[in-house]
Design a protein around this ligand. Structure first.
Ligand code: GLU
Length: 518
């Protein structure tokens, strides 16, 4: 399918949706789903809708919804319509649409595509036990067992009515036909066919009157005029139920086009990347920090460990997509321009944290320091350094930015510009330290005190002259000098550092080391 012919006659606008259930942290796979939906819509001037699928009240997690919107905001993926942004199809929270769904479930019952099921938990358990004993390899509620169960298909209409009148709790189940094939064309995977014999009679409306995900997703995609639905591959097994519902309720011609996105895999390629893999291997899988309100357990996010949103978006886009060239660095605007669903791979994409950091490093190099200065400043403040002089701060960030792959690296790479290092790596100086060097640095201090201008090329010249006069090679002096100023073997040019931190601080740091090295 070429770009530009995505819109079928039934829809007059591209409308996509991200439909998260607010149950916890937002996995990077979820953000990639948002991103692909967003890029596809924006490329064609379409709408991006966020709908909160919170019909399963048992999975409700305090704060999860607000957190999702914060993550989207951080990523710069702004919805056109949502709980927060409003829109003509409000409400966008399914729990607030509860009264909408029943009529569709009842319609399906009337048309013979669904039925009332009164089975109790014990009866359902007994059914599974019977199936187990009979050696059945499926324990599903489906066409094999439905006529032995307590439902409106087996009961007489009068019996069903009595139960309904008595207020007996019931659910409405879809009646999946036996021996049929349900098929659709996935935009990534092509034609897919399901044997209905493997599909169970899913619950559509629960005893509490809430729809299940299956009914709500179909009804809402219809009412919200969704033209395309991209979601994770894990939803593929649900597709036959959704297709049957579309067929019976709204007609297949009105169904959105589906694309089931490939999984993001563990680094070794063995299965889906989970939060546990991140914990085990020491990297985040959530977009932002998430604190579980029940356990108070904090799970680190990409944002908080120092990723730029530009890099996060970029690395997610290329997990399973490329534009056909060697290009790897893309801005969101470029992605909107270049994205095409035809180039999304079918196979899962392995997550590589080192590569993710490489993207971030490239973005740190690419962006002006001013675009992340504030975030880094906050990180410094959180680590006890309050920045007073922004001009100086920006100069420092410029000087060290090529050495940082995470925003949080700036603190390690640059804190010594603001505060003398707490520890001096004396052990790295000692082996080659002698009287001659001790005298050299004492002389350097004297000379530096008298320098008319404090400027890095002058500082270098002065050091070289004193070194030459003492028959010392400047090369042997650089390492101890660096360690005196920054505490260890890292950082930008030594004279740049001395130039920046100033005369008094440079001299103090040299003298401090001379006093402890003794
Ligand atoms: N509510 C589903 C989820 O939590 C959405 C699946 C879909 O997009 O259809 O991922």
């Amino acid at each position: 399918m070429g770009s530009g012919v995505y819109l079928c006659a039934m829809f007059n606008k591209i409308r996509v949706r991200f439909a998260p259930s607010p149950t916890g942290g937002l996995h990077l796979g979820g953000v990639r789903t948002v991103l692909f939906n967003y890029l596809f819509a924006k490329k064609q001037g379409g709408d991006f809708i966020v709908r909160i699928e919170d019909t399963d009240q048992t999975r409700f997690v305090e704060g999860a919804e607000e957190y999702i919107f914060k993550c989207l905001e951080w990523c710069g993926l702004v919805p056109d319509e949502s709980v927060v942004h409003g829109g003509e199809h409000a409400p966008y929270r399914q729990s607030e649409r509860k009264q909408l769904y029943r009529q569709y479930a009842e319609q399906l019952v009337k048309d013979g595509h669904a039925y009332y099921a009164f089975d109790t938990t014990e009866e359902l358990e007994a059914m599974r036990e019977r199936l187990k004993t009979a050696g059945s390899n499926s324990l599903q509620y489906d066409h094999h067992v439905r006529m032995q169960m307590n439902n409106s298909l087996r009961l007489l209409p009068e019996e069903t009515q009595v139960l309904l009148d008595k207020g007996t709790p019931y659910v409405i189940r879809i009646k999946v036909p036996a021996n049929e094939f349900v098929s659709f064309t996935d935009m990534i995977r092509g034609d897919i066919e399901f044997d209905t014999n493997n599909v169970d009679d899913k619950v559509l409306l629960k005893a509490d009157g809430m729809p299940t995900y299956h009914l709500a997703v179909v009804v809402d995609d219809h009412l919200m005029k969704i033209s395309h639905a991209f979601r994770g591959e894990e939803w593929l097994p649900s597709a036959p139920v959704h297709i049957l519902l579309w067929k019976h309720l709204f007609g297949l011609d009105n169904m959105p086009q589906w694309a089931h996105l490939p999984l993001i895999l563990k680094p070794d390629g063995n299965g889906k990347l989970s939060k546990r893999d991140g914990d085990r291997l020491g990297f985040p899988v959530y977009a932002m920090d998430w604190t579980d309100p029940k356990t108070n357990e904090l799970t680190k996010g990409f944002k908080e460990i120092g990723f730029l949103p530009e890099a996060f978006i970029n690395l997610l886009a290329v997990l399973g997509w490329n534009d056909g060239s060697e290009q790897e660095i893309f801005s969101l605007e470029e992605l909107v321009e270049k994205f095409s669903i035809d180039r999304v791979h079918k196979g899962g994409a392995k997550f590589d944290f080192e590569k993710a950091k490489w993207f971030n490093q490239e973005w740190i190099k690419k962006l002006p320091v001013s675009s992340f200065q504030f975030t880094v400043k906050e990180h410094f403040a959180a680590n006890g350094i309050t920045i007073q002089d922004d001009t100086y701060f920006v100069k420092v960030l410029e000087l060290v930015k090529d050495r940082c792959s995470l925003l949080n690296d700036f603190f390690t790479q640059a804190s010594f510009f603001f505060k003398a290092p707490a520890n001096i790596d004396i052990d790295s100086i000692k082996p080659k330290w002698d009287e001659k060097k001790q005298l050299f640095f004492a002389e350097l201090v004297r000379a530096y005190k008298l320098m008319p201008v404090w400027e890095h090329t002058e500082l270098e010249k002065e050091l070289k002259e004193i070194a030459a006069a003492n028959q010392l090679k400047p090369g042997e002096l650089m390492l101890p000098f660096r360690i005196m100023l920054v505490g260890g073997k890292f950082g930008p040019g030594v004279f740049d550092i001395a130039g920046m931190i100033g005369r008094e601080e440079t001299i103090q740091r040299i003298e401090h080391t001379l006093s402890i090295i003794g």
